[in-house]
Design a protein around this ligand. Structure first.
Ligand code: X8Z
Ligand code: ZN
Length: 618
């Protein structure tokens, strides 16, 4: 997640007339004074925010974020209202200028008056603080003093959700996290929604959801996302059925799945958003070549730093840029959870400080496979920042937010192949057979396919909240309507609209961070992966001699060249043009994802049919 202020693209203290700038004047202005001042402000905002997020109980640092936001907003508003509010893209002929002016109308949250902007910033900070410092008592000591014995989300609570198979402990942990976060965030969220909407309206959007969707430059965006879901839903349904049966075997009468819905706490993950932690239970052929990277990492005494270096080496093997600075703790990065008593926002993020040299990762890394993959994800953001760093300020963004989220995952698809893991010595005694390949596809589906409905529903819910189509007293039940409709999961215990606020127990909701990008990224990454595999000559799309899911484009400079050409554009072109460079097509398509999982889909359908066939009684 990048923190970049949405600044209008036109501000100069030296311009003192109210006349519109000519094409040349505007160009010169954007290249010089604007570029410098916008970047400096972005740097300042990032420093304040990073300092706060790595010490969230520090009031002074929290206040500094608000002061900084207000200061920058003042600067933005002042210049905007004096000189630039009437600019239209069509006033200019140069395509790049036109495109920069497109975002020039936007003041972002700076459109709010001082008091309201301060209130919005404080509300978001408070919600982030509640989430980041949320603690629960251990199951075995439920009446604890949380300040002494409380468990935090990363890694303690997440570990319980990942490893425990005690149904009641899981219910307790699932509920306690929501009590510690969502319930407390509930009373702040209406203020946030009101102010966020007010800011959006001041920018001429109907609400915050519409404002977020602006970045996707697609009038049919909502429908297009729904259509993609329709294409992938059959695969999700088969996976859900298969996994549901295995879970039933594990939990027996405790687990009620008679209505086709699975309780949300038994998937090895707090939000049931990725199911990789129950791979041992659901792996189709348990006796065949196990993918146990966690043990290999421990055996080989990998350190946190080793994980980052290994990921960096993968990117460099494609001829891409080295990223040592982003995980260098002496240069300010945070790759370990601090042990000096500081509370931090542990949720992983990648930061572009807009000065062309400061890039940092912030992550409470543990030595395990899951975090190894997350590192590749985060480094995808850093690589993108580096590749577009010479673009004008306005274009130092992803082609759209989905692209930014997809790059690192694309790398990780290659890294996670048994083929690659063998090469880097993290997988031993692995023989490629049909069974082994179904196992490995299952591992991937537990991450990628399981995620899809979750990735879609968070913003579907927020779009409804922002637009007002669901009343405040139905916010929580509406959340569960979507959880049931898309993920086909249900709450393990009763929920109440009066006291509960379950969306607040997921980072991005209190964090004011849009989420549909991840849904789109889960589709795009398979398009990118397929195309890079072809470029690397590791996949033959006509003869399909080797299945797509086996392709590792490690060390392919051709793949790196293709990727670089797309990333360097930033947001200077419409995303469809970047997509064309990266994949040869301008259209988002679920086909590569479906092609990748085809063998697993067949397997799941056959198994589910067998299981559903009524047994003949003798
Ligand atoms: O938030 C993230 C990244 C940071 S951009 C770690 N992700 C989503 C999540 O954790 O919910 C990556 C996948 C989905
Ligand atoms: Zn990300």
């Amino acid at each position: 997640m990048a923190y970049k202020l949405l600044l209008p693209l036109f501000l100069s203290l030296f311009i003192c007339s109210q006349a519109k700038l000519t094409e040349d004047e505007l160009k010169r202005f954007l290249e010089t004074k604007y570029e410098k001042e916008a970047s400096q402000n972005c740097y300042k905002a990032n420093v304040a925010e990073f300092d706060y997020e790595t010490d969230i109980n520090n009031k002074t640092k929290e206040e500094l974020t608000t002061t900084t936001v207000l200061e920058i907003a003042d600067w933005v508003k002042n210049i905007w209202s004096k000189y630039f509010k009437d600019i239209e893209p069509n006033d200019y002929s140069d395509p790049s200028l036109k495109r920069q002016v497109r975002t020039a109308h936007l003041l972002g949250d700076a459109a709010l008056d001082k008091e309201k902007l301060a209130q919005l910033t404080n509300t978001t900070n408070t919600m982030t603080g509640i989430y980041g410092t949320g603690k629960i008592c251990p199951y075995k000591k439920q009446q604890c003093d949380v300040t002494k014995d409380g468990l935090g989300l990363e890694p303690d609570i997440e570990n319980v959700m990942a490893k425990s198979t005690d149904y009641d402990e899981l219910v307790y942990t699932w509920k306690s996290w929501r009590d510690a976060t969502g319930v407390k965030i509930k009373k702040l969220y209406p203020t946030y929604v009101t102010l966020a909407n007010e800011a959006a309206k001041a920018n001429n959007f109907s609400d915050r959801g519409a404002y977020w969707r602006f970045a996707y430059e697609d009038d049919g965006f909502v429908q297009n996302m729904d259509d993609i879901w329709t294409q992938v839903e059959p695969l999700y349904n088969e996976l859900h059925k298969y996994v549901g049966r295995k879970l039933k075997q594990r939990y027996g009468d405790k687990l009620n799945v008679s209505d086709g819905l699975i309780p949300a706490h038994v998937f090895g993950n707090m939000w049931a958003q990725s199911w990789g932690n129950i791979a041992d239970l659901v792996v189709p052929f348990p006796n065949v070549s196990k993918m146990d990277v966690d043990s290999a990492l421990v055996e080989q005494k990998y350190t946190v730093l080793d994980l980052f270096k290994t990921a960096d080496e993968f990117y460099q093997s494609l001829g891409l840029l080295p990223m040592g600075m982003c995980y260098n703790e002496s240069a300010g990065a945070m790759i370990n959870k601090p042990t000096d008593g500081r509370e931090v926002v542990c949720h992983a993020s990648a930061w572009d400080f807009c000065d062309g040299e400061t890039y940092r990762l912030k992550m409470c890394t543990e030595v395990n496979y899951e975090d190894f993959i997350t590192i590749h994800h985060e480094m995808g953001h850093i690589q993108y920042y580096l590749q577009y760093k010479n673009q004008p300020y306005a274009f130092r963004e992803g082609a759209n937010p989905g692209f930014h989220e997809a790059i690192g995952d694309t790398m990780a698809l290659s890294v996670a192949t048994p083929n690659h893991l063998k090469k880097i010595n993290l997988l031993k005694n692995y023989t490629e057979t049909y069974e082994a390949s179904i196992n490995s596809l299952m591992h991937m589906a537990l991450e990628k396919i399981a995620f899809l409905p979750f990735g879609l529903l968070i913003d579907k819910w927020r779009w409804d909240v922002f637009s007002g189509s669901v009343p405040e007293n139905k916010w929580n039940s509406h959340w569960w309507d979507y959880r049931k409709k898309y993920q086909k999961v249900k709450a393990p215990i009763e929920r109440s609209d009066e006291t509960d606020f379950d969306p607040g127990a997921k980072f991005h909701v209190p964090g004011d961070s849009q989420y549909i990008a991840y849904f789109l990224a889960h589709i795009l990454q398979f398009q990118f992966y397929k195309s890079l595999c072809i470029a690397a000559q590791e996949y033959d799309p006509v003869n399909k001699t080797v299945p797509l899911h086996n392709c590792d484009f490690y060390k392919s400079v051709a793949a790196g060249d293709k990727l670089r050409a797309g990333l360097q554009l930033g947001s200077s072109k419409h995303w469809s043009e970047t997509l064309e460079i990266l994949t040869g097509t301008k259209k988002v398509s679920a086909e590569p994802l479906l092609e990748y999982f085809e063998p697993l889909y067949k397997f799941l359908k056959t198994e589910n049919e067998k299981a559903e066939k009524p047994r003949v009684r003798r």
